[in-house]
Design a protein around this ligand. Sequence first.
Ligand SMILES: *Cc1c(COP(=O)(O)O)cnc(C)c1O
Ligand code: SF4
Length: 374
Amino acid sequence: MPTNILMSIVGNHERVPDVFFWIRPYMNMHDWKWQIANRISTRGQLEEVVELTDAERAAFEGDVPLAFAITPHYASLLGSDALRRTVVPTAAENQVGTGELADPLGEEGHRATPHLIHTYADKVLFLVTTFCSTYCRYCTRSRMVGKPQKVAASTFGQTFEYIESHPEIRDVLISGGDPLTLTDSVLDDLLGRLRGIPHVRTVRIGSKVPVVLPMRITDELCAILQKHRVWLSLHFIHADELSPETQAACRRLSGHGIGMVSQTVLLKGINDDARTLIDLFYGLLEINVKPYYLLQCDPVRGSEHFRTSVARGIELIQSLHGSISGLAVPQYVIDAPGGGGKVPILSHDQIRRVGNRIVFQNHEGREYAYPDPG
Ligand SMILES: *Cc1c(COP(=O)(O)O)cnc(C)c1O
Ligand code: SF4
């Protein structure tokens, strides 16, 4: 890191004892742009914070197929083995399992404009950026995240016009990449434009920023989200993510009256046991975040080591329904591969096994198959 930045940080803080020399580059936890500028994005930088295993080191040997970056904030939590496995590349992600696809949800087939996915009648997915401050190894949109956007933001006009001319659209979900990595003024303009469309009733933003970049949640940002009455759909996978900074960020959002829900991807060996999930879901309620979805991990290329069987998902959700506060229980869903939409799964009666695929029906009674890792 440049010496002048380091000097300004050290100058602004109490002197850091030299035993902490390795953490000093990460001391300015208050400026989100600094966090982004100082992301860990090479094997060398990663090795300064964690000791890599052979499989992790091997992942960097050839091309790293999936985008790689970790904020200093999230890196400070990697003492948690669960979190580490979601962001540190491993050789397993280069293996493509049976039935895995670059675009498992068939989003490209529903692309209505360069930035808009229109799968359901009354709601749309507005992809405003391909950038995330930290990249999850199991990301459904790994085909595009961290890559230069094919079409610039200056072409949003076409998307606004599409939404304006489709009065059946009531709900706009702004996603990406992570929209909260955009600047306040860009977000304010974007949200203002959407709020100017009379038939748009709900505006949501999907984000992991309160978890990976909590210092982004400033009072100024909260005021913008409040002004435009935005709901946040956050992405949490484990209670180890509930750092004091993340809790403070969510409390600040809540203090501004922002409604928040959480989506949790079910991940093998990371959160696929009842105790871990219960811990997370109660932890979320304590910071006013309602557990919304427990998502069966999409069969994206290189995800097999992350995916549990659907039977395991059903067993887990049934054990939660039978034991904890209903408020703490999300809906377990499989996003039907190929674009059938999200299907809530409550019991084994809804599914049948055909070979190593799990077959189920969506809301229209059409059949879809999920490649079950067994
Ligand atoms: C998940 C998703 C939505 C939002 O779905 P909800 O169930 O309303 O949260 C909208 N569009 C697409 C394409 C989606 O995948
Ligand atoms: S934050 Fe979301 S969009 Fe970004 S890498 Fe993770 S799963 Fe993908």
